[in-house]
Ligand binder design. Sequence first.
Ligand SMILES: Nc1ncnc2c1ncn2[C@@H]1O[C@H](COP(=O)(O)OP(=O)(O)O)[C@@H](O)[C@H]1O
Ligand SMILES: [Mg+2]
Length: 260
Amino acid sequence: MAGGIDHFGAVVRVDDTVRRPGGSAAAQIRLFLDHLAEAGFTGAPRFRGIDEHGREILDYLDGDVAIPPFPDWVADEGLLVSVARLQRELHRAAVGFRLPAGMTWPARRLPQGAQGDLVCHTDLCLENVVVREGRAAAFIDFDMATPASPLFDIAVAARHWVPLRDPVDIADARAATDLARRFRLFAGAHHLGAAQREQVTSMVSAFLDDALASIRRRAEAGHPGFARMWADGYEGMNRRSRVWLLQYAKDLCAVGPDRQ
Ligand SMILES: Nc1ncnc2c1ncn2[C@@H]1O[C@H](COP(=O)(O)OP(=O)(O)O)[C@@H](O)[C@H]1O
Ligand SMILES: [Mg+2]
């Protein structure tokens, strides 16, 4: 299936299921997906077991997934707000999840300020959201799920969906939109106050610093997906995003009267 970076080419559809290699926290993530289903959250695939090749079996979720080059519909404000709303539901459903005694999450380095106790997706890029009738219907690819601050989860999603970057680095219809307004709509749908908006934007900066180091490392180690990102100019884009965030910080964090 198209769209992945980490498992590029390794995710396949078999009838109503998706088969994919598990990540390093596969056992923990299965339990988390079970918890979400029990909590009534329908915006995530159910885990169905392991197939004869050792791959995870997950529900195939019908809908559209935006993959680059991104189509014009990714700029829709209603879609943006629906991502925030579904993420808010996910955060609510995740409350109370605990791993069984003796089981722990693999250690994961999070950006400064991003630590927390709520199990979050932490990778809500466009390719990991299933869209139906123009609205976010489900999140997929929970490989990066880990305990964190929900504000960090929001920071990552906003980074991708607003997106928070210099318009010269946006190759789709969102380049011509008011990005600060899009961020305010996203933050508004999450009911964030001014202080939380500031925390979110500073987590985006911290995330960019960490992403620069880790993508460089994985590209140098020969990972094809990350090597391609690096060759496509990831470093320049990352640095321009940092500058852009500083420049627009005030506009971004204003608690404005924006209405979608
Ligand atoms: N449960 C699913 N339902 C529908 N499509 C899926 C599902 N899981 C994955 N996909 C499709 O396969 C692509 C890659 O899968 P993903 O799990 O995100 O792998 P990666 O770890 O490589 O990002 C997704 O972007 C999406 O298009
Ligand atoms: Mg993915």
